[in-house]
Design a protein around this ligand. Structure first.
Ligand code: CIZ
Ligand code: SF4
Length: 303
């Protein structure tokens, strides 16, 4: 057996021994996607985490996602193969900054993008993901809404929900703001038949160049339903591999260098090590977990 074959076989055996399940985010390295039991976005994977019979969940993604899975599955052991796999956007707001933001706008409901720490979720009224942000904001009473931390997702939602006055926090995703509009134009010239699909974490000037703007789960649905045969994917490059696997009869083009270094920290070696040693267990202090779970559960109830 080659080293690679051994590395692919080992997680399967260890998973059975430990009654473990591998949840893999759409932005992960292809070789990690290939060994996943479930693939998806943070919300879909957290739902899988809550539904699974497995005792151990290996979450191949970044820290806030593993925390969200733990919130929805408090009795299961959740492992993150690399504890350094964080999200710079989630780290742009902590509990003190959230408290100050709320104090500036007393009485406003707070929507926390799922890309936040459990502490920030605990101080928020409801969570959202990019797949359900519009529905979540619509579900709130008309008037002012604080939205943390992603200013660009906030802006994209605000354009679709004009009866709410969204007050954004100033956070952003370093990967999605780096996408160069010139590279989108160049890709269009190279592939004139292709539709461009963007992600709402990108700034409005980039989204203005896109034919569709979707969450990663929305991209899969859009690619299946669209009459187009070819697509240019303006999000993290792992998504291109995901689309190629899920929609094999269509063609997907990546833009150069859209890589989230944190998503790419997970390797097969680290997955095997986490399983073998049951290491990198995600724990959330009970008082924080109780309050954070409330915000996540309110989102889940919206659908
Ligand atoms: O919610 C997720 O999984 C993220 C970070 C992106 C998306 O659009 O799916
Ligand atoms: Fe965070 Fe952006 Fe990476 Fe997603 S792609 S984990 S938002 S840094």
């Amino acid at each position: 057996m080659s080293d690679t074959q051994a590395l692919v076989a080992e997680p399967r055996e260890l998973k059975q021994q430990l009654k473990a399940v591998l949840l893999v985010h759409n932005y992960q390295n292809p070789e990690v996607q290939d060994v996943g039991d479930y693939l998806g976005d943070s919300l879909g994977l957290s739902r899988q985490a809550a539904a699974t019979e497995a005792e151990v969940i290996v979450f191949c993604g970044v820290h806030f996602m593993a925390q969200t899975a733990k919130l929805l599955s408090p009795d299961k052991t959740v492992l993150l193969p690399d504890l350094e796999a964080g999200c710079p956007m989630a780290d742009m707001i902590g509990p003190a900054e959230l408290a100050a933001f709320k104090a500036e706008h007393p009485g406003c409901p707070v929507v926390a993008y799922v890309n936040t720490t459990a502490e920030v979720k605990a101080g928020s009224d409801i969570c959202c993901t990019s797949a359900n942000a519009v529905e979540v904001v619509r579900s709130l009473p008309d008037g002012q809404v604080l939205f943390v931390p992603d200013q660009y997702l906030a802006d994209w939602v605000a354009r679709q929900v004009p009866d709410k006055q969204i007050i954004p926090y100033g956070g952003f995703c370093p990967t999605h703001v780096r996408i160069n509009p010139a590279s989108v134009r160049a890709a269009r010239e190279a592939h004139p038949e292709a539709e461009v699909i963007g992600h709402p974490e990108s700034p409005p000037d980039l989204l203005a160049l896109c034919d569709a703007v979707c969450s990663t789960s929305g991209m899969i649905r859009h690619a299946r339903q669209s009459a187009a045969r070819e697509f240019i994917i303006a999000t993290e490059c792992g998504m291109v591999y995901r689309l190629q696997q899920d929609v094999p009869d269509k063609v997907f083009h990546a833009l150069p260098e859209i890589v989230c270094p944190n998503m790419k920290r997970t390797t097969l070696e680290k997955v095997v090590a986490a399983l073998r040693e049951r290491r990198n267990v995600i724990e959330i202090p009970e008082d924080i977990a109780t309050a954070a779970r409330r915000a996540v559960q309110r989102m889940v109830e919206i659908g």
